[in-house]
Write a protein that binds this ligand. Structure first.
Ligand code: SF4
Length: 458
């Protein structure tokens, strides 16, 4: 100890924090010693019955090849949550499946799922939870025949028939996540345990905690404004799906997947300076209204392999941000250029611009700039900066009922801030109309504020 070495003993000693530690259970002594010395354990490669590696990251499992799926279009309850827990609540390497695993499920079926990851590490903090949780997307996709899209409680997971025939099970998500989280975040995480829940009652029971944690994470960034910071963040995590796409994350515009806000990106860079998030100085402001800065343009030019020269953060009509395919919501201009609609991924019906979400996603995604269309995280709808150069929040004329109801409180608060307390009920949904003519009639009937704005296309 005089030489700075730590001592772990089962003898009854008074103890000195971080130096002389009593551990009475022999089985826990090694773990304690590893954590005291901050040793990063390198685990063997992921041991699962299918091939594993970045080569499978962009692989898509199509419906005819799907053995089972969860969330997304299958409409089952699905979410993922990573939390830091106290030391004695995390048993490193523990994997538990609550409910049937894939081998007890019929081919072609669907299942609810909750992926619950508990971590502990002396340097791990709540601020890093969202960063590690977002990597579930990447790590699961590395498995051949496993497809993961979305995040938080808008997940969509598929396992392919060949992968299940080869022995892949949901329990292997545990092996994947334990190995990869410790491999990539071993500097902050020393224990990882994973619980996969497929029992519907149990999934339902655990959802409220996840919703509360998501809300707390979003609230942390709420006091920050774009003007109050000189650094914005790029995120390139989805470049394997859309090589020319990068997200620019500002305090008032989170990543389009809805899972990475400005503070998450800042924390991610702190944890892993060579990772997908990087702080960029805004530099000279080139257009305050549209949200364009010299430093960001340079980062965009470099990040899109010189395909895109400039980004505007606050307009969807001119040099808008690109989209990969993970957007929670698509905002699209109406045919008469007078308003916009906001349609969420979960809505499968027709919209007043004559396209369903799936067709819109095909035109908006892939890293292209598509004026008149943007993919966004749903929280951006109630941001002060939501298409603020195009008339902002009051341009919205239509959104699916489910989205409107899920966001009602936040929409109402934003409407009141803008002095239009009746506005939320002026937004039509599919029960009012799903065609362009019906939408215009509705806007006239309710005296929609977008009718008093100049058209989006002049
Ligand atoms: S959608 Fe954007 S912010 Fe979200 S993980 Fe992908 S690149 Fe990052």
């Amino acid at each position: 100890m005089l030489n700075g070495a730590c001592i772990v003993t089962d003898q009854p000693v008074e103890g000195i924090p971080e130096k002389l530690v009593q551990v009475t259970e022999p089985g826990k002594m090694v773990q304690e010693a590893i954590e005291l010395r901050g040793i990063k354990v390198k685990l063997a490669p992921v041991n699962i019955p299918v091939a594993y590696g970045p080569a499978f990251e962009g692989e898509v499992v199509r419906r005819p090849d799907t053995y089972t799926e969860a969330g997304g279009a299958s409409k089952t309850l699905a979410f993922e949550l990573l939390r830091v827990r106290p030391e004695d609540e995390v048993q490193d390497g523990r994997i538990e499946v609550i409910g049937p695993d894939v081998d007890a499920m019929p081919e072609g079926g669907k299942t609810p799922i909750a992926i619950l990851v508990d971590v502990y590490g002396k340097r791990m903090s709540e601020d890093f939870e969202g960063v590690l949780e977002r990597r579930i997307h990447l790590f699961v996709n590395y498995a051949e025949g496993a497809w993961h899209t979305g995040q938080r409680n808008i997940l969509w997971i598929r396992l392919s028939k060949p992968a299940v025939a080869a022995g892949l099970r949901f329990k292997h998500f545990g092996d994947i996540l334990i190995t990869k989280l410790k491999e990539e975040f071993g500097n902050i995480v020393s224990r990882v345990q994973v619980t996969i829940v497929t029992d519907e009652n149990e999934v339902r029971k655990r959802l409220p905690e996840a919703l509360e944690v998501y809300a707390q994470r979003d609230a942390r960034v709420a006091g920050l404004t774009d003007e109050s910071v000189d650094t914005l963040y790029v995120c390139t995590l989805c470049s394997s799906f859309a090589p020319d796409h990068i997200c620019i994350i500002t305090p008032e515009r989170l990543g389009l997947c809805g899972a990475v806000n400005w503070l998450d990106a800042k924390a991610a860079e702190e944890i892993d300076p060579n990772g997908p998030n990087r702080g960029i100085l805004k530099g000279e402001c080139l257009d305050e209204t549209k949200g364009q800065w010299r430093g960001i343009n340079e980062a965009v030019f470099e990040g899109t392999h010189h395909k895109i020269e400039r980004f505007n953060a606050y307009t969807m009509m001119e040099d808008p941000m690109t989209s990969c395919g993970c957007f929670e919501v698509i905002v699209a201009m109406t045919a008469d250029a007078q308003a916009v609609i906001a349609v969420n991924r979960e809505y499968a019906g027709m919209t007043p611009i004559g396209m369903k979400f799936s067709s819109l996603a095909g035109s908006v995604g892939g890293g292209r700039q598509t004026p008149g269309f943007i993919g966004i995280g749903r929280k951006y709808i109630t941001s002060r900066k939501f298409i603020s150069a195009d008339g902002g929040f009051l341009r919205i004329a239509w959104m699916p009922r489910e989205l409107k109801e899920a966001m009602r409180d936040a929409l109402q608060k934003r409407a009141e801030e803008l002095g239009e307390p009746d506005f939320v009920d002026k937004i039509a949904d599919e029960t009012v109309t799903t065609d362009a003519e019906g939408l215009m009639e509705w806007m006239v009937k309710v005296d929609h504020p977008a009718l008093r704005m100049p058209p989006l296309l002049s």
